[in-house]
Write a protein that binds this ligand. Sequence first.
Ligand SMILES: NC(=O)C1=CN([C@@H]2O[C@H](COP(=O)(O)OP(=O)(O)OC[C@H]3O[C@@H](n4cnc5c(N)ncnc54)[C@H](OP(=O)(O)O)[C@@H]3O)[C@@H](O)[C@H]2O)C=CC1
Ligand SMILES: O=C(O)C1=N[C@H](C(=O)O)C[C@H](O)C1
Length: 252
Amino acid sequence: MIKIIMHGCNGKMGQVISDLVKQDPEVEIVAGLDATDKFDNGFPVFTNIFECNVEADVIIDFSIAKAVDPLIEFAKERELPLVLCTTGLSEAQLKNVQEASTFIPILRSSNMSLGVNALVSLVKAATEMLANNNYDIEIIEKHHNLKVDAPSGTALMFSEAINSVLKDPYAYNYDRHDASVPRPKNEIGMHTVRGGTIVGEHSILFAGQDEVIEFKHTAQSKAIFANGAIKAAKYLSTKTKGMYDMNNVIFG
Ligand SMILES: NC(=O)C1=CN([C@@H]2O[C@H](COP(=O)(O)OP(=O)(O)OC[C@H]3O[C@@H](n4cnc5c(N)ncnc54)[C@H](OP(=O)(O)O)[C@@H]3O)[C@@H](O)[C@H]2O)C=CC1
Ligand SMILES: O=C(O)C1=N[C@H](C(=O)O)C[C@H](O)C1
């Protein structure tokens, strides 16, 4: 049985994971970490991370950016593999994650779903074919009205994947409302929509002369992320230090 510590256990994702883990005989949540202890989850919840002394094999994190630095210290101190799913991390935090992976295994992905990770490869292939043929690239992401970070981690995953196959990376343009010039060529437009209970939608547009190709992923439930995170926890629990992502889990 793989023992999981759930960081952000009271949150929307923490709750979905708690429910799915109950139906999986290979895993159990042995402790939760969160800012408050407000639900009876059936496991102990620690509001001071460093007071959590429960034996475990792996941590799953879906929390908030400011909680990630102490989490990394805790994971290093306890030598625990960490599945890091929180988005909106700063450059300095991402550097800290990279450094920590020289001590412990860390799997970080802004999107734990199979579909988005497959789509990243398709978008890279499209970029190689289209970017040099005068196609403009725009990314539109839509999420629920409780989301605190923008653009979404997934939108950034797509834009980084696009830039990884371009000779000269494109700049990101987040806002055209003051623009008085035509669209510059070498940029990726990044657009954010927030409303209602939208689970998560990402469209990547390749707009050319008289034709548009649109790739679109729609998340129809949070279970796609939760199932990916549980798979990642099983995978990472036996791994040695280093940086991993969902490609390791999904595509081997
Ligand atoms: N990689 C992926 O596939 C996905 C990533 N995400 C990301 O996961 C994160 C969480 O999403 P979601 O569950 O929807 O958000 P929620 O706001 O529902 O949950 C976040 C949880 O973290 C808690 N929290 C706040 N401060 C701390 C702290 N200091 N220590 C521990 N926990 C704390 C919050 O507590 P409180 O409510 O009391 O503040 C809350 O319970 C977001 O960054 C989101 O973008 C989401 C879905 C998929
Ligand atoms: O906050 C969310 O809900 C989600 N966040 C992730 C992101 O920022 O890309 C993944 C998913 O789209 C849901």
